[in-house]
Design a protein around this ligand. Sequence first.
Ligand code: FES
Ligand SMILES: [Fe+2]
Length: 344
Amino acid sequence: MTGLQSQPVAAELTETLPARWYKDPEIWQRERWPIFGSNWIHVAYDHQLRNTGDYVTENLAGWPIFIRRTDDGALTAFYNLCPHRAGPLVFDGEGCSKNLVCKYHGWAFNAEGKLLSARDFGAPAPDNMDLTTIQVASWRGMVFVCLNPATPPLLEWLGDFPKEIEGVPLESYRYHSKSVRRVACNWKTYGDNFVEGYHLPTTHPAMSRDADALNYKVEFKGDLRWNIHTMPPRDESTFSVFGYFWPCFAFDVFPGGFAIERWLPRGHTHSDLIFEYFFADDAKEIEETVKFSEEVADEDARMCEHVQRNLDAGNYNTGLLSPKWEYGVGVFHDLIRDAVGPID
Ligand code: FES
Ligand SMILES: [Fe+2]
């Protein structure tokens, strides 16, 4: 054994998840259902789904799904999968589809996903060939889905988190813009990075000039699935509050606006890092704020890609977590271990 693998482990320190967890396709398969299928995942916004027939698709940890607004104003969500021969009901992206008709051979479904007609099938429309619905709900303009029907409703699942951020006037801010980066790292590599402030002075020197990064705090308030980060700003114009909710949802609050930050896995080797910015109509220096946030995101993405290459290299197994700064990483790893169960 070489390198860090040969270092003795101090009994009181916590080890990281082994490198294998970040690169083994079998572990990714073990993660998919308990983590991404059984938790509520934020995938869209109410403003994308205003009118009857509006839809948004997503590839949720490998499951193609779509959300659609029905003519009575309700949100519905389905696997984007026709029971005939697995054709799509809508193509990828977002749009408006007044009727639910499979793109492949034209089977038609009602708004609730019940089969209405099997076009020119040569036999009566078969029974039990409806679309599979999935849970969908919106909270404060954000639309979440959950594949597992046994998971409690969204508001119950969110626990005390809504209370914690009820003072942030999300609804008074207007959608501004979005950025998407395809980052060559496992979703957990980015997650590890989000839940600690240890890297700020070194990875984000410009941010640390504007804020007191040495007093960055990650606080847990009873429920280990979420945490709130605070960093004293040096003046009125910088970031100061961040939040994280398991498994891949986060937000950044800054003067006059906020960003939703999420990282959706694209298999076990890549993640899409998505930022959506919202601002008050009278917010100042919007373009500068977005530019600065994007630079920070570039720094994180570059660092996570480099860490991932090192995790993949084969001469590192586990590291040690700083008890002062990286408690949140240990909690994140415990949630992953609990969800996946023992690995041989
Ligand atoms: S796959 Fe949908 S109609 Fe054939
Ligand atoms: Fe960072």
